[in-house]
Design a protein around this ligand. Sequence first.
Ligand SMILES: [Mg+2]
Length: 169
Amino acid sequence: MKKYKPKMYQKDIFSINYNKLKDKGYKLLIFDLDNTLGRPTDVICSKEVSDFLKKLMNDFIVIVSSNSRKIRVSKFLENIKCDYVYFSLKPTLRCIRKIRKKYKIDYKDMVIIGDQIMTDILTGNRRNLLTILIDPISEDLKITSLNRKIEKVINKKNNLIRGKYYEEI
Ligand SMILES: [Mg+2]
């Protein structure tokens, strides 16, 4: 069950202590898109989030990883000049392998931030990235509702309680 447990759990992307991550030597942040950076219905990234990501890009390599199609991801990020991986196939290792190869950064120096245990957290834990779970921004699309049911069972086993945020780094 440990592979499903995030190393950190925070309310949203703004609640994470990025200075601490920088001090600890983390170099690259991978953000999930849907329900992490925006609602699944948001076509373009909000100004608040895009300004925030741009600021983070001064200290980290910032990459967005989504299981969605290229058109969805590129449109969402059109105001942000950050790299992205579409059709990530999380929880397979396709996305993080690709990033490691391109940026030549060890998995241990990467952070993955997302709202789903079964995709984002599992992907990161499989290669020991720093995994950070956040609360989903909005109600889920039907496609993820099965994952959510499984998450509930797993979280109970892992003693992870929604709203009880923690930081284990
Ligand atoms: Mg998501």
